[in-house]
Design a protein around this ligand. Structure first.
Ligand SMILES: [Zn+2]
Length: 470
């Protein structure tokens, strides 16, 4: 049985894949061997994967206890010794760490990095407020890249096949060009860029880099590039695609046909099918925060995303750090089983999500999580104090065909204000009536709601458009 997907390939694919194979055999660029191992892992049974995860976790915990003063002290002060663990549920005894705690530990050299050499750093994107650095050895970087490849191969794309990306202006691939942040960079940047240009044949589109959406010239450049380049795979953020669709409709331009699209973000079911139809594309998702590449990825069954339990242990917790049940929304806490230089053990990413119990019909043994439900700090609150996930709020507006983009903001007084960019032919009054009705159902009639028509949406400092904000 071949573990490589057979969909898209060019003669160039064989050259690049063989080249990667030679590199893996003869140099320290071992990404291809890691990748083949990951490809095999995804088809292991659930039981086999559980055994593998436990072995890797155990090894990580034992080594970390010996080598990383920060964790050793943290665990000692919580009276827990992971060297005595003998089952996965013991993980619940370990304290959860967050960006704040890790940044402080880093400043105090709690990971002993001052004595390490030969590593490079990745920054978190800063979306959740705090931006910090994660160091990678070259070998870990190769493993993360292998993870990236596995996500991409799951959609049918292969090396050597044309691709395009449209990210946000604060992405470190732009080296601070739009943000002015001089320290913006990726680990092993030159090698990374060479691989993406030559092996991924990846074209990078110019992202929005003003303070708001609405610049048609910008969108025209996306359209022209995609129309001329015709990538097999297009990777983008959730807000770009509805904007591009609206632009094509307003200018009556010929439709684009993009076979596969990776959307980093979450759409309601109806918006997703509408965009798939419009761009004649099959839409994929992946959960891949900057510091932990490849936590989960979708397959062609499209019922959520497979959690990469061979590399990450992912948990969904309530406010008391106890596991939530399947289908319930919880805070995502990840343990990275690959990075030994600065281990992330029960690391609260700052996102909320949910998981499914049932296996996927594709045959992969890896369990499923749903598409992301948003950032923890952007969860809305009902008058009774219940937490409402950003994805639930966003779905109300995404289900409306008359809405292009929007931003729903809940203030400290719980009042909600929604800025809405409508399509030119939208029946605004009817649309608003439906939106009001659904908001009332979701948050309760006590919460005041204001709907404001606008021409553009203000972007975050890092260039992302945040649909739902607290
Ligand atoms: Zn599947």
């Amino acid at each position: 049985m071949s573990y490589l997907s057979k969909t898209a390939r060019t003669p160039y694919t064989c050259c690049v894949e063989s080249g990667y194979q030679v590199l893996a055999a003869m140099t320290s660029c071992r990404a291809w061997s890691h990748f083949l191992e990951l490809q095999r892992n995804q088809w292991l049974t659930r039981q086999e994967l559980e055994v593998l995860r436990w072995l890797r976790l155990k090894q990580l915990l034992d080594t970390t206890y010996e080598t990383i003063p920060f964790y050793r002290n943290l665990w000692k002060s919580s009276n827990v010794d992971p060297r005595k663990f003998d089952a996965l549920h013991n993980m619940l005894d370990l304290p959860v760490v967050d960006k704040q705690l890790l940044s402080r530990a880093q400043q105090e050299d709690g990971f002993g990095l001052s004595a390490q050499k030969g590593y490079d750093v990745a920054h978190t994107s800063g979306t959740t407020g705090i931006r910090f650095q994660i160091p990678f050895t070259f070998d870990t970087f190769q493993k993360k890249y292998a993870n990236h490849l596995r996500q991409m191969y799951a959609c049918g794309w292969r090396l050597g096949v044309a691709s395009a990306t449209l990210h946000y202006s604060g992405h470190s691939q732009f080296r601070g060009k739009y943000t002015g942040r001089a320290d913006d960079r990726e680990p092993f940047m030159n090698m990374r860029e060479a691989a993406l240009a030559v092996a991924h044949r990846r074209r990078v589109l110019v992202p929005y880099h003003s303070q708001e959406t609405g610049d048609d010239e910008q969108i025209r450049s996306w359209y022209d590039t995609l129309a001329a380049r015709r990538p097999y795979m297009f990777e983008t953020l959730d807000f770009n695609l509805p904007i591009l669709k609206d632009f094509i409709e307003r200018h009556s331009l010929p439709r684009l046909h993009i076979p596969k699209t990776f959307v980093l973000g979450t759409y309601s079911r109806s918006l997703r099918s509408e965009l798939q139809r419009f761009f004649a594309t099959e839409m994929f998702n992946r959960y891949s925060p900057h510091e932990i590449e490849g936590v989960a990825f979708s397959c062609n069954v499209h019922r959520g995303m497979h959690m990469a339990t061979d590399c990450y242990h992912t948990e969904f917790l309530d406010r008391r750090n106890q596991p939530v049940s399947a289908g319930e929304i919880g805070e995502i806490v990840v343990t990275d089983m690959e990075n030994y230089l600065m281990p992330l053990i029960r690391y609260r990413v700052g996102d909320v999500g949910h998981y499914y119990e049932e296996p996927c019909t594709c045959g992969r043994g890896m369990p499923l999580m749903g598409d992301l439900d948003g950032r923890t700090r952007d969860c809305f609150q009902t008058a009774a104090g219940l937490r409402v996930a950003p994805s639930q709020v966003a779905a109300i507006l995404q289900d409306e065909p008359g809405v292009v983009v929007f931003q729903a903001v809940q203030g400290d007084n719980l009042n909600v204000a929604v800025d809405i960019v409508y399509c030119s032919n939208a029946a605004i009054e009817d649309t608003n009536t439906r939106i009001r009705h659904r908001f009332e159902k979701l948050l309760g009639p006590e919460i005041p709601l204001r709907l404001d028509p606008v021409r553009s949406i203000r972007l975050e400092q890092n260039g992302k458009c945040c649909f739902v904000k607290r």
